[in-house]
Design a protein around this ligand. Sequence first.
Ligand code: ADP
Ligand code: MG
Length: 730
Amino acid sequence: MSNHRSNAMSLFLTRPKWSKPADNRKISTYFAENVFTESKLRTYLSNDAYKAYKHTLTEGKKITRDLADQIAAALKAWCMEQGTTHYTHWFQPLTGTTAEKHDSFFTLSSSGSAIEKFDGDALVQQEPDASSFPSGGLRATFEARGYTAWDPMSPAFIMDISGSKTLCIPTVFISYTGEALDHKAPLIRSLEILDKAATGVARYFDRFVNKVSATLGWEQEYFLIDKAMYYARPDLMASGRTIIGRSPAKGQQLEDHYFGAIPDRVYNYMVDLELECHKLGIPVRTRHNEVAPSQFELAPMFEEANIAVDHNSLLMDVMDRVARRHHLICLLHEKPFAGINGSGKHNNWSMSTDTGTNLLSPGKTPRNNLQFLTFFINTIKAVHDNADILRASIASESNDYRLGANEAPPAIISVFIGDFLTKAMETIEQRVDKDIKEEEENELKLDIHKMIPDVMMDNTDRNRTSPFAFTGNKFEFRAVGSSANCSEPMMVLNMIVANQLIDFKNKVDKHITDGEKKDSAILIELRACVKSCKKILFEGDNYSESWAKEAAKRGLPNIKTTPLALDALVSKKAFKMFSELNIMSEKEVEARYEINLEKYIKKVEIEAHLLNELCINQILPACIRYQTDLMLNIKSSIEMGFNKSNMKTQYELLNTISTLINGVNEDVKKMNVELEKAHKQKSSREHAIYLCDKVKPLFLDIRANVDSLELYVEDKNWPLPKYREILFHR
Ligand code: ADP
Ligand code: MG
């Protein structure tokens, strides 16, 4: 019998082998060759212009039109040499992907001759037709269109798609009245405020510090499956996950995939992907198998957070593009398959100074250690005070399937720091003022440097179940979803840490004004922080049920679903922090909240419609056909004189599948009724909550019956590729 599934199987089996030879050049010879790096800018720009450019950037000033013209000319000269024909403002709207609108350099001069043109105007600002991007009502309110504005901090790059080259200019996307309509604008604002706040505190320890940058190293998990399987699964195509599908006999129980050899086909993909990444200046370094079958991970060297976010967004596009030319599909959904691990995107975050110090790295001297402890403890305090906003920053319909599922970080935000640092925190907490005063400056008893091996040991033996873990010289925010844009969680983390550092500095300065020595003042405040935030620390198994109970006792929030988790974004506390730190106005935050809710609603509704469609026109017809086969078999057997007792198996099967079929049909009807009711809810919040509480549970009921049918119905009649075919065929 021929169906989508059997077609997919034969396509899969006749895949041509990837034949492009590997590029054996040293990576350093082509790294960033498609990027207009600063060294290229320097070559193409006059000395004076280059100096002016550097000055403008370090001062955080606006680039003048004249300078923009010169940079545009330099960019144009470089990319024409590379054979680039088009350019685009590249931005990250709130839809979750990247957006671009290509313009040609080609134009007609006033005399009518063909020329290539690109000037400062084209570089600095563009007006994409923005009406179709989500704005949470911002554009409607202000009757303003959106425009994209050049981000000179992130270098332009050339996207080469089958030889056709486009210059991509990283931009922010904002409304004419200045409201952020994208992921990047608030991120940049948060980086600026973190810089100010952290520099102030870092100067307690080193007065030469002038700038602190947040650093980000993401680890991207993904699934890779054959393209034919993907196209034979409407659920994967429309929602990125399998909404039905029975777990295979062999899943990940044997855990043989994790350290297994990377299959040839996947290996070819990875090599090709890395080549593309390297040309684009994305410093990808590690590749390996993950726990689930067909799951992999790739991670770069960390970079300044704004660049790292751009690189991750770019990577997600490139991963998809490269996969397709290998007849593969890269799945970034947090939970494409039930019953096996989901995918995350660990965000490794730290702060580093322009003097080259990682502020979260335990130092080699007592002085460094006090600096380390200051930033370390303030970060924990920030997470403690704002765990709800941090939780909101990673809330999405797809991440709900992962958070709290028993192999992923729970929705409870806690911090893991390891034994040694736990002891250090206790020591600080137990100090009394007298102790602190008696300690000579620079003679702190917390000689962390002597204990570095212990810190390292904690680091290697670290807790894989923690949503927010200290891993030696950085914090690792693990609850971020694999399909997320990193900027949301990074923006919130930067903001809450900045807010905390500002508060900390005010208090320390006050102690100093009151006559306290600087280090004592710092220690007094650190102790206060530890006292008030230690309940966020947790070293045990975050997947365990006992932790959920313990966390509840400690009063830590455990909000499992997006519609409720998002509330924290629009709390009084959040509004105040967003606006006081100039990251987003109340209106901007509200707009974002609305967009997130809308996104949630749309995604659940898409899945509901999909499930309805799959059941009605694929699953039930296939099952009913098999039901008919069984009935015909019974009928003809009886006609041939068999008696009923000889037909026991057929009757049993018939009964089972008939019950399951009716179950599916009833639940689908129920789901459609609830879907209608959801629509009638008064606000988008209530709409989302209704879908979450009343519609989504029916997905599971329907799925349970469908997955049983997958077992009972004859294999060759089953219309959709099965898990074993999707996951183990490569
Ligand atoms: P794993 O967590 O898989 O053991 P590593 O500890 O080697 O991997 O690093 C994970 C990620 O952390 C990498 O992407 C790396 O670039 C990043 N990283 C390392 N140091 C920092 C830092 N100071 N700031 C931000 N990210 C960092
Ligand atoms: Mg990892």
